[in-house]
Design a protein around this ligand. Structure first.
Ligand code: C2E
Ligand code: MG
Ligand code: MG
Length: 568
C-alpha cells in the first residue's frame, strides 16, 4: 500500500472539512460563500452544492437583512481584522439557532485582502442552560419570585433613576408567626404558606412594584414610580392586611401576620446596602413594637442601633464579671395565702447602677450566645438557695430557648440536683411557647427526660403566644401559667373571666395545674378563686426580692433588696 504524501494544503483541507462541531467556511469580500465544510452542512442544513455561490446573508433573519446587519458585520471584521458576535441565525429549513460567530478578514501572501474566514458554532443549548442557570440564580425555587440576588439586581437597575429625583420605597417584610406554623403543621404546609404569601404580595405589587423573597420568612416589595408618602403608607398597610388574613392549606389554617419596615431612597439611603439597613432597622422597630404593624425608618433608629450595640458590649462584660443576682417572687396558695414556692427572676444592675429588665436583656443574651452560661448559673444558684429552704417549698426557674434546645440539659439538671441536694420534685422549670417552638422535636424530647427525672414543667405566659392546644397536649407539662395580660383585664371584663374559666377547665381536663400571674388587686384574686384558679403570683402577694423568712407563711408585701451570690 503506497502512502499518499500529506501536503500542508491537504492537511488544512482535511482539518477544515472533517470538523463537525464548527461550521468553517470562506466568504469573498461581498459575503458570497466560497466553500463549505461538514460542520457547516450539519449546522445549517445546506449541502455545499446548494450554498456555495450564494451570499451568506441568507443565514440572517429578514429583519436583520433589512437592517443591513450582514454587510455591517463584514465591514467591522474588515476594519478590525476580527469580529466576534452572537445572534440568531437560520437553517435551510427556516429553524433558528443561537450562533457564536468569529469572522476574520484574510489576506493572501502579498497582503492583499481576499475575503473572510468564518467560524460558526451552534450555542442554542449552551445559551438555554446559561439562561436557566441565570434564572435559577436570581429566583427563589420555592415561590418562583425573585430571590435576594434577583431583587438587588432589579433594584440596581432602578437606582440610577433616583439621581433624576425619583423615589423608590423598600418594604422589608418579616412574617410574625411562620416558624410555629412550620413546626406544628410540618414543612410541606410551611412551603405552601410561603407560596401563598408570595402570591398575595405579587397581587399587591402590580406593575409599579416588584416582589422578592430575601430568605426564610423574609420578603420585600420594592415600590417604583416615585410614590408619595401616602402611597407608600397605603402599600405597607395593605401588606400587613393581606398577610393578616388566615391562610388555608387543605384542612389547616395558618395565621401568620407580618411586620413591615419601610425605607425610601434616596432620603433613607442613596446606596442599596444603606437602604436595606434602614429598612431593616425600621423592621426591627416594628417587631419590637409588638409586630403586625408598619414602621417607617427615621434617623433616631440609627441612634437606637448604636445604643443596642453599647448594651451588647455591657452585657458581655457583665457575664464575664458576674454582675447578676436572683430575685425570688413568692407563689402562693390563693385560698390560704400560704407560700408554696418562689420563682427565681434574673436581675442585672449595670455599672452605672441602672436596673436592666430581663425582658430586655435575656433575648439579647440569647442572640449573643451568652444564655447557656448565664442560664446554667441561674439554675445552679436557684437550686442551691432553694435547697436551704424548708421542704416542700419549690423553686421555679425560667429556661430560654437555647437551654431547651441543648441535648445536655437533662444531664445538667440531674447533676445540679445531685450537687445541691435539692429533691427533683421541688424544682419546676418554666418554658415559653416560643422557646419550645424554636425546635419542637428536640424540646419535647428534652422535656420528657426532665419529667422522667421528676422535675415539674410549667408553660409560662400562656395566652400571649401561639397558644396552641395541640402543643399543650403534645408536651409533657404539669402546669400552665396564665399570663398577666388576662389577669389585669379581669377588672370588670366578663370576656376575660370566661377565658380564664375555659383555660382552667381545659387544664383540669388535661390534668394540669394552673397559676395566675401578675395579680395586683384583691378583686383579681377573688375572681380567679371563683374561676377555680387558686395558685397565685403577683405584687398583691409579694414583689420579687430576697427570701427572708422561708416558711410557708405569706411574705411581707414590700420589696426587699436581694443579696443573692453573683455569677461564678
Ligand atoms: P416571667 O417568667 O413571666 O416572670 C414574671 C414577670 O412578671 C417578672 O418580670 C415579674 O417581676 C413580673 N411580675 C410579677 N408579678 C407582677 C405583677 O403583679 N404586676 C406586674 N406588672 N408584673 C409582675 P421580670 O422579673 O421583669 O421578668 C420578665 C421576664 O424575663 C420573665 O417573665 C421571664 O420571661 C424573663 N426572665 C427572668 N428571669 C429569667 C431567667 O433567669 N431566665 C430566662 N430565660 N428568662 C428570665
Ligand atoms: Mg416565668
Ligand atoms: Mg410569665
Amino acid at each position: 500500500m503506497s502512502e499518499v504524501p500529506i501536503t500542508p494544503e491537504l492537511m488544512y483541507r482535511l482539518l477544515v472539512q472533517s470538523v463537525k462541531d464548527y461550521a468553517i467556511y470562506l466568504l469573498d469580500a461581498d459575503g458570497v460563500v466560497l466553500n463549505w465544510n461538514a460542520g457547516a452542512e450539519r449546522a445549517k442544513g445546506y449541502t455545499a452544492a446548494e450554498i456555495v455561490g450564494r451570499n451568506y446573508a441568507c443565514f440572517y433573519s429578514e429583519q436583520d437583512r433589512a437592517n443591513g446587519l450582514p454587510r455591517l458585520n463584514l465591514e467591522l471584521a474588515r476594519q478590525n481584522g476580527h469580529h466576534a458576535m452572537e445572534g440568531w441565525r437560520y437553517r435551510k429549513d427556516g429553524s433558528a439557532f443561537w450562533a457564536g460567530i468569529a469572522l476574520d478578514a484574510i489576506y493572501d501572501d502579498d497582503r492583499r485582502f481576499v475575503g473572510f474566514a468564518k467560524v460558526t458554532r451552534d450555542l442554542t443549548e449552551q445559551r438555554a442552560s446559561e439562561q436557566r442557570f441565570r434564572h435559577q440564580s436570581l429566583h427563589d425555587s420555592l415561590t418562583g419570585i425573585a430571590n435576594r440576588m434577583g431583587l438587588v439586581e432589579r433594584l440596581e437597575a432602578q437606582f440610577p433613576e433616583i439621581v433624576y429625583g425619583s423615589r423608590i420605597a423598600l418594604h422589608y417584610i418579616d412574617l410574625d408567626r411562620f416558624k410555629p406554623v412550620n413546626d406544628v403543621f410540618g414543612h410541606l404546609v410551611g412551603d405552601d404558606v410561603l407560596r401563598e404569601v408570595a402570591r398575595r404580595l405579587e397581587a399587591l405589587a402590580g406593575p409599579a412594584a416588584f416582589v422578592g423573597r430575601l430568605g426564610g420568612d423574609e420578603f420585600a416589595i420594592v415600590q417604583l414610580g416615585s410614590p408619595d408618602g401616602a402611597a407608600v403608607a397605603d402599600m405597607a398597610n395593605a401588606i400587613v392586611a393581606a398577610l393578616n388574613r388566615p391562610i388555608q392549606i387543605g384542612t389547616k389554617t395558618a395565621n401568620i401576620g407580618a411586620s413591615v419596615g419601610v425605607a425610601i431612597a434616596p432620603g433613607d439611603g442613596s446606596e442599596i446596602p444603606d437602604l436595606f439597613r434602614s429598612a431593616d432597622l425600621a423592621l426591627y422597630r416594628a417587631k419590637h413594637d409588638g409586630r403586625n404593624c408598619v414602621r417607617f425608618f427615621d434617623a433616631s433608629m440609627n441612634q437606637q442601633a448604636l445604643a443596642r450595640s453599647v448594651l451588647e458590649l455591657k452585657l458581655r462584660h457583665a457575664v464575664d464579671a458576674g454582675d447578676f443576682h436572683l430575685a425570688y417572687q413568692p407563689i402562693v396558695d390563693g385560698r390560704s395565702g400560704g407560700v408554696t414556692g418562689y420563682e427565681a427572676l434574673l436581675r442585672w444592675v449595670d455599672q452605672t447602677g441602672t436596673h436592666v429588665s430581663p425582658a430586655e436583656f435575656v433575648p439579647i443574651a440569647e442572640e449573643l450566645g451568652l444564655m447557656p452560661k448565664l442560664g446554667e448559673w441561674v439554675l445552679r444558684t436557684a437550686c442551691r438557695e432553694a435547697a436551704t429552704w424548708p421542704s416542700p417549698l419549690t423553686v421555679a426557674v425560667n429556661l430560654s430557648a437555647t437551654q431547651l434546645g441543648d441535648e445536655g440539659l437533662a444531664d445538667l439538671v440531674t447533676s445540679i440536683l445531685t450537687t445541691t441536694g435539692l429533691p427533683a420534685e421541688r424544682l419546676e422549670l418554666e418554658i415559653t411557647e416560643t422557646a419550645v417552638l424554636t425546635d419542637l422535636d428536640r424540646a419535647s424530647a428534652t422535656l420528657k427526660r426532665l419529667r422522667d427525672i421528676g422535675v415539674a414543667i410549667a408553660l409560662d405566659d400562656f395566652g400571649t403566644g401561639f397558644s396552641s392546644l395541640a402543643l399543650v397536649r403534645a408536651l409533657p407539662l404539669t402546669r400552665i401559667k396564665i399570663d398577666r395580660s388576662f389577669v389585669s383585664d379581669l377588672d370588670g371584663h366578663d370576656a376575660s373571666t370566661a377565658v380564664i374559666q375555659c383555660v382552667v377547665a381545659l387544664c383540669r381536663g388535661y390534668g394540669l395545674a394552673t397559676t395566675a400571674e401578675g395579680i395586683e388587686t384583691e378583686r383579681q384574686r377573688d375572681v380567679l378563686l371563683a374561676c377555680g384558679c387558686d395558685t397565685h403570683q403577683g405584687y398583691l402577694y409579694g414583689r420579687p426580692g430576697t427570701v427572708v423568712a422561708a416558711t410557708a407563711a405569706p411574705l411581707p408585701r414590700q420589696n426587699i433588696h436581694p443579696t443573692s451570690p453573683t455569677l461564678e
